[in-house]
Design a protein around this ligand. Structure first.
Ligand SMILES: Nc1ncnc2c1ncn2[C@@H]1O[C@H](COP(=O)(O)OP(=O)(O)O)[C@@H](O)[C@H]1O
Ligand SMILES: [Mg+2]
Length: 281
């Protein structure tokens, strides 16, 4: 049995998350290797493809989804990948009654009466093309909004949730629908910093630490999972939450495509995923 762990050409060997998974799979007697999703790869060699660090797809989403749809056995399933690679899925979750970060979709202009707000594209990862704007920055914010729109991208505008500066973002990781562990991700967007590239240079931004979720966070995450299309087929899922103005956890993202699972922060979960993958073969 050989398993491909799909990655991108920027990270041909994967990352620490993938290395933790490969080691755990090895301990289960399973061979696994990184493979670049749009590289010169004979996918028929593999019994299973597990999508992992494919973090360059936002500029080529159609090709990425088509690649997943062409694979005989891929996890998460290709239909889930199609749905989940565009954050417009958040509208489906809001329609299902889940607490999602309030979002203006493709607004004509920047909000005039919000203290601070975030502008981001619906297809993105790693905070790319994302920025936090405030009073007095309307011209730059408008230019940002228009540059995304002119590139044919769906634009999302959300109030900046200031609780992220103190509480951070809580990422709840699920394996085969069961809660596995959680991580706290520190705040990322700096006021006045303009549009983000990949966050690399400041180690405090987006810093990951192990955490224990609150009952309220667990409850929202479980409800989100239950509302997902294809829920029974999900090998992995990560629900990202930030407290709203009244402290209620709000869903910022449900990552079913290529979530970092933060396995080095949760060794028992690496084993859990390895056993789950083994059972899928
Ligand atoms: N409405 C918001 N309020 C506060 N911080 C936000 C908001 N939207 C995004 N961010 C910050 O930007 C980061 C990236 O945004 P996110 O929606 O998670 O997209 P992605 O991770 O796919 O790039 C988040 O981890 C968070 O730190
Ligand atoms: Mg995110």
């Amino acid at each position: 049995m050989t398993i491909a762990l799909a990655t991108c050409s920027l990270l041909p060997g994967g990352n620490d998350d993938m290395r933790a998974l490969i080691a755990a799979l090895g301990a289960e007697g399973l061979g696994a290797e990184p493979a670049v999703w749009d590289g010169d790869v004979d996918w028929s060699r593999y019994d299973l493809v597990v999508i992992r660090s494919t973090w360059d797809y936002p500029g080529k989403r159609n090709a990425f989804v088509a690649w997943a749809e062409g694979l005989p056995h891929v996890l998460n399933p290709a239909a889930v990948i199609r749905w989940n690679t565009d954050k417009r899925y958040l509208r489906d979750l809001a329609d299902a009654g889940l607490p999602v970060v309030p979002t203006l979709w493709d607004p004509e202009d920047v909000p005039s009466d919000w203290p601070e707000y975030v502008i981001k594209p619906a297809v993105s990862i790693g905070s790319r093309d994302t920025a936090r704007w405030g009073p007095g920055e309307e011209d730059e914010a408008r230019a940002h909004l228009h540059s995304l729109r002119d590139a044919g991208r769906t634009v999302m505008v959300q109030p900046y949730l200031p609780a992220v500066d103190t509480a951070g973002e809580t990422a709840l990781v699920f394996c085969e629908g069961e809660y596995a562990h959680a991580a706290r991700k520190a705040q990322i967007l700096t006021a006045g910093a303009g549009v983000q590239g990949p966050v690399r240079n400041d180690p405090t931004r987006g810093q990951i630490t192990a955490t224990t979720p609150t009952e309220a966070e667990l409850d929202v995450a479980h409800r989100a999972l239950a509302a997902l299309p294809g829920a029974p087929d999900l090998l992995y899922a990560r629900v990202d939450l930030i407290p709203g103005p009244d402290g209620t956890p709000l869903i910022i993202e449900v990552e079913l495509t290529e979530p970092n699972l933060y396995l080095p922060h949760a060794p028992p979960s690496a084993k859990k995923f390895a056993k789950a993958i083994s059972a899928r073969l």
